[in-house]
Design a protein around this ligand. Structure first.
Ligand code: ZN
Length: 320
C-alpha cells in the first residue's frame, strides 16, 4: 500500500493542505484544501493544523505516518522552533511548533520556512520541475526566498540559507522591518512599497495607490492596477524594488550557480509579467558567465507551500 504524506502550509489566516503519495519515485497524487480561521495562541494554530491534516486525509492511517509543515518565520532546523513570525498570533516569542504538532498527531513532523517549502514544491512538481538548482523568490508582505541545490532544499545550520530579502544591496539604504539597513526587503514587498508610497504621497506626490487604498492596507492588486495605469509613484517604486532585487538575484547566480529563478507570492503573481521581463533584462546586464538563467512565474499558486512541505517530509525520511 502506498504511504501518504500530508503537507500543511500555515499562514497568518489561512491553512493549505496537500498530500503526496509515495510511489517509489517520491511523487504522486495531490489534494488540497483551504481554510480560513481566527487564531489567538500557538495552541489554536496547532489545533487548526491537526484539523487540516485530518481534512487532507490519509496521513494518519498509514505507517509510518508523517507530516510536513511550512510556517512563516525563521525555523531552527534541529529543534523545529519557530522564531520571527510576527504574522502568526501568539508567535511573538519562539514556539516549538514541530514538537507541539508532533505530540498532537503522534507522528514525526518535518518543519520548514513556508517559502522554502514553496521552493521545494515548485522544483519537484511546479514551474521549475526538471531543474535541480533553483532560487525561489516570493514577493508578498515581505520578500521571502528559498534555495534548492542539487535537487535538495538548502536550509543551513540556522535555517537562513537563501534568505534573499535580508541581504544588503544598498549601502546606507532604507531601514528594513528586521532592523537591518539597505536590505532587499526594504525595497520590494507590499509593506515596504506601501510605506514608501504613503511617504511620497504625504510629501505632495499624487498617487492612485493612496487614492485607491485609502486608510486600508494596500493590496497586491492595488499595486498591479496602479502600475498598469502608469501611475508614476507606483512605477518608480516597483521598478526600483525590482532593480534592487535583480542585483541580489545576480549575486546568488554567481555564488550558488542556480539555473532557474521562480517568482511567486501574492505581489509576485500580480506583477509576474513585469517582474519576469525586468529581472530578465537586468540580469543580462549583470551577467558574468554561463548560460542565462531561466526566469519563470511559479505554477502551483497557493498550493506550492503545502506540496513542498509534503516533499520536505518525504526527503527527511531516514534523516530524523
Ligand atoms: Zn531585513
Amino acid at each position: 500500500m502506498a504511504t501518504t504524506i500530508a503537507g500543511i502550509d500555515l499562514g497568518g489566516t489561512k491553512i493549505f493542505g496537500a498530500q503526496v503519495t509515495l510511489d517509489g519515485t517520491g511523487s504522486g497524487g495531490t489534494a488540497s484544501i483551504g481554510t480560513e480561521t481566527k487564531r489567538s495562541t500557538p495552541r489554536s494554530s496547532v489545533d487548526d493544523i491537526v484539523a487540516a491534516i485530518a481534512e487532507v486525509g490519509g496521513a494518519l492511517d498509514d505507517h509510518p505516518p508523517r507530516v510536513g509543515l511550512g510556517t512563516p518565520g525563521v525555523v531552527a532546523p534541529e529543534s523545529g522552533i519557530v522564531e520571527n513570525a510576527p504574522n502568526l498570533a501568539g508567535f511573538d516569542r519562539p514556539v516549538p511548533l514541530a514538537e507541539l504538532v508532533s505530540e498532537a498527531v503522534a507522528a514525526p513532523v518535518a518543519i520548514g520556512n513556508d517559502v522554502n517549502m514553496a521552493a521545494l514544491g515548485e522544483t519537484r512538481v511546479g514551474a521549475a520541475a526538471g531543474h535541480d538548482d533553483v532560487l525561489a523568490v516570493w514577493m508578498g508582505t515581505g520578500l521571502g526566498a528559498g534555495l534548492v541545490l542539487d535537487g535538495r532544499l538548502r536550509v543551513g545550520p540556522n535555517g537562513l540559507a537563501g534568505e534573499l530579502g535580508h541581504t544588503t544591496v544598498v549601502p546606507g539604504g532604507r531601514r528594513c522591518a528586521c532592523g537591518g539597513v539597505g536590505h532587499v526587503e526594504a525595497y520590494i514587498g507590499r509593506r515596504a512599497l506601501e510605506a514608501s508610497a504613503r511617504e511620497r504621497h504625504a510629501n505632495g506626490e499624487p498617487t492612485m495607490l493612496v487614492d485607491t487604498a485609502g486608510d486600508r492596507p494596500m493590496k497586491s492588486k492595488v499595486f498591479a492596477k496602479a502600475y498598469e495605469a502608469g501611475d508614476q509613484v507606483a512605477m518608480s517604486l516597483i521598478d526600483e524594488g525590482l532593480d534592487v532585487l535583480t542585483i541580489a538575484i545576480a549575486n546568488v547566480l554567481v555564488i550558488a550557480d542556480v539555473t532557474t529563478v521562480v517568482l511567486g507570492g501574492g505581489l509576485g503573481e500580480r506583477l509576474a509579467d513585469v517582474a519576469v521581463e525586468r529581472i530578465g533584462t537586468g540580469l543580462a546586464d549583470l551577467h558574468y558567465a554561463g548560460a542565462a538563467p531561466v526566469i519563470v512565474e511559479g505554477s502551483l499558486g497557493d498550493h506550492a507551500g503545502a506540496l513542498g512541505a509534503a516533499f520536505h517530509a518525504v526527503d527527511s525520511i531516514g534523516v530524523r
